[in-house]
Ligand binder design. Structure first.
Ligand SMILES: NC(=O)c1ccc[n+]([C@@H]2O[C@H](COP(=O)([O-])OP(=O)(O)OC[C@H]3O[C@@H](n4cnc5c(N)ncnc54)[C@H](OP(=O)(O)O)[C@@H]3O)[C@@H](O)[C@H]2O)c1
Length: 492
């Protein structure tokens, strides 16, 4: 029997993709996959802005230095020439595009993947509004793209998290888009900050609030633009491609794991049995491309995909951390600052007490020591930021949602064998132990820049830290015992 021809690869033949968010975690994996697997793609336009004093041109030069492009560079380096820079910034009206670039995009684009977003949970409402406006403006542009086949909007599985049961449907947004723009335009920055909690009501943060409104913008355009929405849950390191364990940021769960492994993060408010729908970034990317193919080759309705993994094999926070712990020894980094002593705490008050004693107090001790040595302080400020981040994450780690994912399953079942092989995203048989190990090794290599030859040094360091940790604990208990004995002796 002849093997199937990949329908997804066929779809991307001679296509020109306009990708926003190409410099991001998911964006890089999307570019790599498109170039490696869809060799006959015409072009990928990538939107880049100036950041940290680097021009889009400089950033474009550096984009392919990431390890996720190593495989591609060794097999088909020429394909990188198909990636072209488009200067722009989603914080500007019409994404800050020049007239010339608008013309090019209108003329050539056949597929838009809109993955750019400020993903900080603590961004201001004004910043979140930029995410919404960029989505609206890009959809306006898409309406004028003569050759457009599909517009994929990358949302989040939590975009409607005020509901316990999340269907693959559009929901009523927390606020109508025009009302959001009016409020943000009418108020000065400080007043806007002051009224944000009232506007958010039961929404956990401005990022999610904005994503929900953006989905409404997409919904409004869906009559005219061939849109589809992919809503990934918590995106984590690659599981398979281009290499297992690749990651480029400390944000989210891998950041917590890395922080815990380095002995920096010691407590998180989470429910032991709450589900942690972790989804590898390469599977998310494959799902995005499959969704693009499906929408681009069908005539009809807008489909939303809750890409949340396999609900039958999904890990709980407790189980995930248990899987991770052995790797703290086997993949220990020589950069670790203290022994791993992380735990999940269900009770918020108890967790806050632990935050105080395990994060805040040690931070003051460290800064005191730094002051004594005439060095600039860093710990208190860093822990303040870290504690805030952990607090924002706790909304998601203390709750479980029921996600429908029939459309994702349908998409998977609709793919032929060749597409299932090349654009694999089924999470039914994930080996979580193996994946956790690859993620820890990947975080070690790509985030901490610890090469594998430093593992013996890491093992030595963790043994020293283990002894130090338990010596300090024994000393603290001894001091407490002496203190209590002194108090009791005073009274009796
Ligand atoms: N990571 C997750 O767990 C997760 C979960 C669900 C959904 N998502 C969604 O997936 C998409 C990609 O996220 P990610 O994980 O790849 O995040 P990321 O690594 O932070 O990437 C975000 C991308 O958006 C770009 N961007 C942000 N603000 C921009 C602006 N003003 N102008 C132009 N580009 C801008 C960033 O460009 P710069 O390099 O210039 O900053 C970057 O390329 C986002 O839409 C996010 O909401 C992510």
């Amino acid at each position: 029997m002849l093997p199937d021809v990949s329908q997804i690869k066929t779809f991307f033949q001679n296509q020109t993709v306009f990708l926003t968010g190409g410099s991001g975690f998911l964006g890089k994996v999307l570019i790599e996959k498109l170039l490696r697997e869809c060799e006959e793609i015409e072009k990928i336009y990538v939107l880049l802005r100036t950041k940290k004093n680097k021009s889009p041109e400089e950033r474009f030069e550096e984009l392919f230095n990431y390890a996720c492009f190593d495989l591609l560079k060794s097999t088909n380096a020429n394909s990188l020439k198909k990636v072209c820079l488009i200067n722009g910034d989603c914080q500007q009206p019409l994404l800050g595009l020049s007239d010339q670039d608008v013309d090019i995009l209108l003329k050539e684009t056949t597929c838009v993947i809109h993955a750019a977003a400020n993903v900080k949970f603590d961004q201001s409402l004004k910043e979140a509004t930029y995410n919404v406006r960029a989505t609206r403006d890009l959809l306006e542009l898409a309406k004028r793209m003569k050759k457009l086949k599909v517009f994929v909007f990358v949302s989040t599985a939590y975009s409607n998290c005020v509901n316990d049961h999340i269907k693959e449907d559009f929901y009523e947004p927390p606020m109508k888009t025009e009302n959001l723009f009016s409020v943000v335009n009418a108020l000065d920055d400080q007043t806007l900050v002051d009224v944000t909690p009232q506007l958010l009501k039961n929404w956990p943060n401005t990022y999610i609030f904005g994503k929900s409104i953006s989905e409404d913008v997409v919904n409004a355009a869906s009559e005219v633009v061939p849109v589809t929405i992919v809503r990934p849950a918590i995106v984590t390191s690659t599981i398979l491609e281009p290499m297992p364990g690749w990651i480029d940021n400390f944000y989210g769960v891998i950041g917590i794991v890395a922080g815990a492994a380095l002995g920096v993060i010691r407590t998180l408010n989470a429910k032991h049995d709450a589900l942690a729908p972790l989804v590898p970034v390469d599977y998310v990317s494959n799902c995005v491309l499959a969704a693009a193919w499906k929408r681009g080759t069908s005539d009809g309705t807008t489909t939303i995909y809750n890409y949340v993994g396999d609900t039958r094999t999904c890990q709980t926070w407790q189980k995930f951390m248990q899987i991770v712990i052995p790797n703290c020894w086997s993949a220990a980094s020589e950069k670790l600052l203290w022994y791993y002593c992380f735990d999940i705490r269900e009770n918020k008050t108890w967790n806050n007490i632990c935050v105080f004693f395990m994060h805040t107090v040690p931070a003051y001790v460290v800064d005191f020591i730094l002051i004594c040595f005439g060095k600039p302080t860093i710990a208190v400020k860093s822990y303040r930021r870290l504690n805030k981040m952990l607090d924002l994450i706790s909304y998601f780690s203390t709750r479980s949602w029921v996600f429908d994912n029939d459309n994702v399953m349908g998409l998977w079942n609709h793919m032929n064998e060749e597409d299932k092989r090349s654009f694999f995203f089924s999470m039914e048989k994930v080996d979580w132990n193996e994946y956790a190990h690859a993620s820890c090794m990947g975080a070690r290599l790509h985030l901490l820049k610890d090469t594998p030859d430093t593992i013996p040094k890491g093992e030595r360091k963790i043994k020293i830290m283990f002894v130090l940790h338990y010596t300090v604990i024994a000393l603290l208990w001894y001091l407490l015992y002496k203190f209590v004995a002194l108090i009791l002796g005073f009274f009796f």
